[in-house]
Every structure is written in C-alpha cells, then in structure tokens.
Design a protein around this ligand. Structure first.
Ligand SMILES: CC(C)(COP(=O)(O)OP(=O)(O)OC[C@H]1O[C@@H](n2cnc3c(N)ncnc32)[C@H](O)[C@@H]1OP(=O)(O)O)[C@@H](O)C(=O)NCCC(=O)NCCS
Length: 175
C-alpha cells in the first residue's frame, strides 16, 4: 500500500524517531510507546511502525503495533457462525493482534488513524507467515467504534476481529 507522498510509515528506529514527546491523549498508550515498545521489538514480542512526515522525519505523528495470537475456533463459531463456516475446522487459527494504535493529539482528525489502520491491515494480509484473522482489543467504546467503522466485529466482549478474506475485500476496494 502506498501512503500519501508527504508521509512515511516505517519500523520504529529508536536512534532516529523521537519517543519522549509523543502525546496521543491516552497516558497508558504514550507510556507504552515511550518506554516499552522498543523492548517489545528487541524481544520479538511485537513489531512497531511509526508514521512520520517527510518534512520532519524524526517527529512521530502516530504508531501501531502488531504481534501474533491464536483464536479459538469455538469462540469464533459462537460469535459468528457464518464466518466460522467459511474457515477450516481447526481447533485454533493464527491471528495478528493489532495491539496498539494511536495518533498524536496535534495530528488527530486528519485521516491519519485511518491511514495507520489500513497500513496495519495491509501488513497483516501480506505477512510472509499467513494469518486467517486480525484482532484487536479496543480500550473503550470510542476505540471500538473506530474499528467497527472499518469492518471489525465482536469476537467476545473485549475483542474485535476481521478475517483475512474481509481484509482482502476492503483493501481491494481501496487500492
Ligand atoms: C482513535 C484514533 C487513533 C483516531 O485517529 P484519527 O487520526 O483522529 O482518526 P481519523 O482522522 O483517521 O478518522 C478516521 C475515521 O474514524 C472516526 N474516528 C476517529 N476517532 C474516533 C473515535 N474515537 N471513535 C469513533 N470514530 C472515530 C473519524 O470520525 C473518521 O471517520 P469519518 O471519516 O467518517 O469522519 C485517535 O483519536 C487516537 O490516537 N486516540 C487516542 C488513542 C486511542 O484511543 N486509540 C484507539 C485504539 S486503542
């Protein structure tokens, strides 16, 4: 997927990207980005990608993290029998967890959250090791509304999901 030319989405590089001044308005997410993300990368717990503008390539406007997860097929069957029917009957399926996604307060409401989400979806769909599902655990109802707007559906009270097939359709319409 190609981002608008003024922006780049790159793996977090702690020797280039400034972390300490990132402020999305959610202290827990800010703290994670400032203090924990680089540790998670080093330990292969998660990957972290940042959005920067070409004019100011050290200043982070937003970020997201991805890691691996598994989803119990019984839970998926209970949540959405039609979707489960179209997937193989394995006890568990591999998933990519969109762990965190945030846009700096100064850059919100300009379409950058959407840009990051589509980039994360694209990366999930095109990962070298395939995943049948993408999932996320929105921290509140507002965050859930953001994801649901793009096709995520409830897997359980805390978790939303979207299938790789659905990602293909959504991204196909967009490219
Ligand atoms: C949620 C967040 C990532 C959205 O980023 P953003 O850059 O402001 O969003 P965009 O400008 O790309 O908006 C995309 C669409 O989502 C909608 N949207 C944005 N924030 C939303 C929210 N909190 N709830 C519901 N919808 C939301 C917008 O209205 C827009 O839809 P529209 O084009 O129909 O108007 C950003 O507000 C943020 O970082 N918040 C703090 C952290 C957070 O809550 N993260 C959520 C995941 S845990």
């Amino acid at each position: 997927m190609s981002e608008p030319p003024q922006y780049q989405i790159l793996p977090l590089n702690t020797s280039v990207h400034h972390r300490t001044d990132f402020d999305c308005g959610e202290p827990q997410l800010d703290r994670y980005f400032r203090e924990q993300a680089s540790q998670d990368i080093k330990r292969k717990v998660a990957g972290c990608w940042v959005l920067v503008s070409r004019d100011s390539p050290k200043s982070v406007m937003g970020f997201y993290t991805l890691s691996t997860e598994v989803v119990d097929m019984k839970q998926l069957g209970d949540a959405d029998p039609d979707v489960a029917k179209r997937l193989p009957r394995y006890p568990r399926l591999g998933a990519v967890l969109l762990g965190r996604l945030a846009v700096a307060k100064t850059a919100q409401k300009q379409g950058l959250g959407e840009l990051l989400l589509f980039d994360a979806m694209h990366r999930t769909l095109n990962a070298q090791i395939p995943a049948a599902l993408m999932i996320t655990d929105p921290k509140d109802g507002k965050a859930a509304a953001f994801y649901r707007k793009y096709g995520f559906r409830p897997l359980n009270p805390e978790r939303l999901f979207i299938t790789a097939q659905q990602l293909q359709v959504i991204l196909g319409k967009r490219d």
